[in-house]
Design a protein around this ligand. Structure first.
Ligand SMILES: Cc1cc2nc3c(=O)[nH]c(=O)nc-3n(C[C@H](O)[C@H](O)[C@H](O)COP(=O)(O)OP(=O)(O)OC[C@H]3O[C@@H](n4cnc5c(N)ncnc54)[C@H](O)[C@@H]3O)c2cc1C
Length: 248
């Protein structure tokens, strides 16, 4: 079925670092969606329409946020990166996807694992009351290569203060020493027990739900580790422990 487009306007562009940015797009008329779902964002180009799926990094409203990284040899993102406030940009009218709390397992704690811009759906969820009412503990784990790839740190710090004891945000930096979180990879931090130690929470089948999003290699590796711990993919037909969103 052909996508229906809403012509939006860039209300704000926030640059976190070279090539890493958030676009706030004013696009009234998008059908209400659940946090964690994605929309298509794009532009007309010559005789075609160039668009890609992006997790919405904010709950439903007239202005929606998208957290994007420029892929240097990519088709769309270098064009999005060069756009400015006031520019016209298309957003699909209807969100899709099942990477939402409604489709996540119930448990005492929920681990939100993301690499790079895989943080986006979690920012939307944390801005919405549902997650705070559904889980006793929320552990956000953001894996990046360099400290400059970290984003939304102030907002995450605010949640740690406003939801002390319920929320913990852990940054994991793989290619540089990082003393405000963990240096290394999410996978090694799980295997060594460092992640659980820092979170002061067990990652186990009887108490944990896991959502994971971003780089496919991280997703495959974490799935293998969780399977080794007796955790299984959560499906509507068969209750399990984790759900996955692949970006490519
Ligand atoms: C459900 C879903 C949600 C997504 N949400 C986001 C999001 O919130 N933010 C975001 O930046 N991207 C997101 N993506 C990826 C996005 O759709 C595009 O693939 C990406 O922006 C590259 O587009 P492009 O046209 O520039 O590159 P293309 O010419 O389409 O090249 C694609 C290649 O770029 C690389 N790539 C794709 N995404 C990334 C990424 N995030 N980081 C590093 N390399 C990447 C991969 O090697 C991929 O094969 C999402 C993808 C899916 C399927």
């Amino acid at each position: 079925m052909a996508l229906q487009w809403i012509q939006g306007r860039i209300a704000r562009k926030h640059v976190w670092y070279d090539g890493l940015f958030t676009l706030a797009i004013e696009c009234p008329g998008v059908v209400p969606f659940e946090c964690g779902q994605f929309l298509q964002v794009g532009i007309p180009l010559d005789d075609k329409h160039l668009h890609r799926p992006y997790s919405v990094a904010s709950p439903h409203s007239n202005t929606l946020e998208f957290f994007i990284v420029r892929v240097d040899d990519g088709e769309l993102t270098p064009r999005l990166w060069s756009m400015s406030e006031g520019d016209a940009i298309d957003v699909s009218a209807k969100a899709t996807g099942s990477f939402t709390l409604q489709h996540a397992p119930h448990a005492e704690s929920i681990w939100l694992l993301g690499t790079g811009t895989g943080l986006a759906p979690y920012i939307a969820m944390l801005r919405d009351p549902k997650i705070w009412q559904s889980y006793k503990k929320i552990l956000l784990v953001h894996g990046v290569r360099y400290p400059s790839d970290l984003a939304y740190l102030d907002e995450l710090e605010e949640y740690e203060k406003s939801h002390a004891g319920q929320f913990k945000s852990i940054s994991v930096v793989s290619r540089a020493e990082y003393d405000r979180g963990i240096s290394g990879r999410i996978t090694t931090a799980i295997e060594s027990g460092k992640l659980e130690e820092m979170a002061q929470t067990c990652l186990s089948p009887d108490s944990s739900a896991v959502m994971m999003c971003g780089n496919p290699q991280m997703l495959d590796d974490v799935e293998a580790i969780l399977n080794g711990r007796g955790m299984r993919k959560h499906k509507r037909s068969e209750l399990g422990h984790y759900v996955v969103e692949r970006y490519w």
